[in-house]
Design a protein around this ligand. Structure first.
Ligand code: CAA
Length: 286
């Protein structure tokens, strides 16, 4: 049970994560307002949602009527002011502190005084982002994992000023969605990425030094350790640009050599090899 009523959810940014988060809420019956920066990005977000729910239809998990109902719950817009009636807003724009801060500043004049504002940042400081809001006590981090409709974990990040009822309501809301929320403080990487990215970076370094092929590196972790995906395939799923940013931020904050991005990662990003989303990363996709 939450102390607030959540009817309409706002999602700002409909990239891989934002679209996935919008899908999670819409699947659970919530009305969702999805905001993008321009018509082109909005159309990409819509297509992402159609594709993802279409997959569920193809696998017999959703009927076509349920898919239409789910998509019908989502309003697509390029206007932030359309978030006026949202009770819970998740920001999932690019990992830029300046852009995220500007989103939170803008939201202050739009949403109700009681609305909870959340950032899906993977590595930036939730405290810094929340300081851009006039109501930092109502700001939390909600870190979903990729693919958001599938992965159950959501890290809920509290800052030193997050109000206890806000934290409790967000945990309850996520649990109601069937997610497994865990709570942690505000440190780059939070729990899972701090543990995961040292490993992923190490795999890239092994690949870079021609120690083993990408297939063998991935097979070792899948068949030896039971991971659903090998590290290089997972990096392609996460996006090499996102992975680089996460590692770089963690390295700058913690100065742990584990997180110093392997040089080839930056080179691949510069060359436009971003993983699945660009059609090529460590592997090539159709
Ligand atoms: N969107 C929606 N649903 C998806 C999906 C997507 N992108 N990808 C897969 N699915 C669904 C499928 O429809 C299928 O659903 P059903 O079981 O209901 O039919 C289910 O997930 C399994 O999919 P597949 O059979 O196609 O493939 P799989 O069994 O190999 O699973 C996977 C795919 C879920 C991606 C799995 O390989 C996996 O869990 N990989 C690890 C992912 C991971 O570690 N994510 C965390 C990344 S780190 C992160 O996100 C944090 C950050 O800050 C970057």
């Amino acid at each position: 049970m939450t102390s607030r009523e959540f009817d309409r959810i706002g999602v700002i940014g409909l990239g891989t994560m934002g679209a996935g988060i919008a899908e999670v809420f819409a699947r659970n019956g919530y009305a969702v307002t999805g905001v993008e920066i321009n018509d082109e990005a909005l159309e990409r977000g819509r297509q992402h949602l159609e594709h993802s729910t279409g997959r569920a239809v193809a696998r017999g998990k959703l009927t076509e009527a349920e898919q239409a109902e789910l998509l019908g719950r989502i309003t697509f817009t390029t206007e932030m002011k359309d978030l006026a009636d949202a009770d819970f807003v998740v920001e999932a724009v690019v990992e830029s502190l300046d852009i995220k801060k500007s989103v939170f500043r803008t939201l202050d004049d739009i949403v109700d005084a009681d609305a909870i504002l959340a950032t899906n940042t993977s590595s930036l400081s939730v405290t810094e982002i929340s300081a851009a809001s006039g109501h930092p006590g109502r700001v939390v981090g909600v870190h979903f994992f990729n693919p958001a409709p599938v992965q159950n974990l959501v890290e809920v990040i509290r800052t030193v000023v997050t109000e206890p009822d806000v934290l409790a309501d967000v945990q309850a809301l996520l649990a109601e969605l069937g997610k497994s929320p865990v709570v942690c403080g505000d440190r780059a990487g939070f729990i899972a990425n701090t543990l995961l990215f040292g490993y992923l970076n190490h795999a890239v370094a092994m690949y870079e030094s021609h120690y083993a092929t990408r297939e063998d590196l991935d097979a070792a972790m899948r068949y030896g350790c039971g991971y659903p995906m090998g590290p290089l395939a997972l990096l392609d799923l996460i996006g090499l640009d996102t992975a680089y940013e996460i590692l770089d931020t963690m390295y700058k904050q913690g100065r742990d050599r584990l997180h110093a991005p392997a040089p080839i990662l930056k080179q691949m990003v510069t060359a436009g090899l971003l993983g699945r989303k660009s059609g090529r990363g460590f592997y090539t996709y159709e």
